[in-house]
Design a protein around this ligand. Structure first.
Ligand SMILES: C[S@@+](CC[C@H](N)C(=O)[O-])C[C@H]1O[C@@H](n2cnc3c(N)ncnc32)[C@H](O)[C@@H]1O
Length: 410
């Protein structure tokens, strides 16, 4: 089959052959005209790659396979998709045994299927795509997606696959049965309600599973303030780990209602007094973090979890995001007593791990000057195994998680 061929500058051969999965539009010959979601051949030096063309956005080609001029890659077929999905599933094979039936089955670029994510929620899966070609009926991209869904449906005990809602379009069932409005799923043996139609992300924030387990192990005897709580998953873990009390703070009332229900649903793991040890507080934490952290309900907290939403969608918003991280973390550090712990996260892809640590150092200096606190890093982490990222793809590493201990020397 002869494919449209794009010749890239030779300097792009390094990243392309190393596994970078994107070709930016700035790098394709101007005037290139290809139908959205069509296979294209990309050449840089002696490297030849195959990818799907996207008509809009900064990413012009998402690369699926690579080779050399003398051994060029083949267009992905059903067998290739099946093997790629099988490789992705192998990475998740221990999760179910560990008590989790909600996790990411396919993480796009990280699993060799750029622009496609699939999350499992028990017997249902939620599919999301990040390029318009996947929605163009009859396109190569739409055919590839059909093969991905078919491979998953064969290999995972699913009842239905839902395509997530997006701006202007409702969620739709693309295979099997439609999920009920609300499901109970499991993570490391704990129970969580998930709404695949209305919830944030695809239902739950699955990328923090290991971080929640880390917080569970720190929480014994502590009073926890879970800031940007969503449906309270960090609090459920903390209470199950023996926290004295947990307060979930979020701006979304529906999320807080689910937080209370999640705590009640885990009374067997938390204890008969589960709901008495849990409270919720609706508050805007972004407009004035220091004022929000001074709320009386937060008094005495000695473990603060801070997990704000992504604060920058574009490069131009990066500086504002760093300022907001500094203010939030400085306020949290200043609020903690001697021996207090801050478990702080960033899901902003525009902020690197190093930049996040830099901003935490600034926040600690600010809290040190104001409140005499010192801060030590106890733990740093990022992506869980169900969110793998190619080493050649730093843009894909969005999640940072750092645990800091506060001391207040005389
Ligand atoms: C990354 S999610 C938190 C996920 C949660 N930690 C979990 O493990 O499920 C961010 C949360 O911030 C909340 N949020 C967004 N803007 C906010 C604001 N200004 N004040 C308080 N919460 C806010 C959203 O409703 C969302 O629940």
């Amino acid at each position: 089959m002869s494919l449209p061929t794009l010749r890239l500058p030779a300097r792009l051969e390094g990243p392309l052959s190393a596994g970078h999965p994107w070709v930016y539009r700035d790098h394709v010959p101007s005037g290139t005209s290809v139908a959205d979601g069509t296979w294209v051949r990309v050449e840089a030096g002696r490297t030849v790659a195959l990818g799907l063309w996207a008509s809009d956005g900064a990413i012009a080609v998402r690369v699926f396979r690579r080779g050399r001029a003398d051994a060029p890659p083949q267009v992905p077929d059903a067998a290739w998709v099946e093997a790629t999905v099988a490789r992705a599933l192998a990475l998740r094979s221990g999760l179910e045994e560990a008590g989790s039936d909600a996790y990411r089955l396919v993480f796009g670029e990280g699993d060799g299927l750029p622009g496609i994510t699939v999350d499992r929620y028990g017997r249902f899966a939620v599919l999301q795509t990040y390029a318009s070609g996947y929605r163009r009926d009859g396109s190569d991209a739409a055919e590839l997606l059909r093969l991905v869904v078919r491979s998953l449906a064969r290999a995972v005990p699913l009842t239905g696959v839902l395509r997530a809602r997006r701006e202007g379009a409702a969620a739709e069932t693309v295979w099997g049965a439609t999920p009920p409005p609300e499901l109970t799923v499991h993570e490391l043996g704990l129970r969580f309600l998930a709404n695949l139609f209305e919830g944030q992300k695809t239902g739950l924030f699955l990328d923090h599973r290991e971080h929640r387990a880390y917080v569970r192990d720190l929480a014994r005897g502590r009073r926890v303030a879970n800031l940007f709580a969503y449906s309270g998953a960090f609090s459920v873990y903390a209470l199950a780990g023996g926290a004295r009390h947990a307060l979930d703070v979020d701006v979304a009332p529906a999320a807080l209602r689910d937080a209370a229900r999640n705590v009640a649903a885990n009374a067997d793991a938390i204890g008969a007094d589960a709901t008495e040890r849990h409270e919720t507080l609706r508050a805007d934490l972004l407009s004035d973090p220091a004022a929000a952290l001074a709320a009386p309900q937060l008094a005495g907290s000695d473990l603060i979890v801070l997990d704000p939403p992504s604060l920058a969608r574009r490069k131009g918003q990066r500086h504002a995001a760093l300022r907001t991280y500094r203010r939030l973390n400085a306020a949290a550090l200043a609020a903690l007593p001697d021996g207090g712990l801050l478990a702080t996260a960033s899901c902003t892809a525009q902020v690197s791990h190093e930049a996040f640590l830099g901003v935490l150092a600034e926040a600690a200096a600010e809290a040190g000057a104001q409140a005499g606190v010192c801060a030590q890093v106890l733990h740093e982490s990022g992506h869980a195994p169900d969110h793998p990222v190619p080493l050649a793809f730093p843009e894909g590493r969005y999640l940072k998680f750092v645990v800091v201990r506060v001391t207040r020397p005389d």
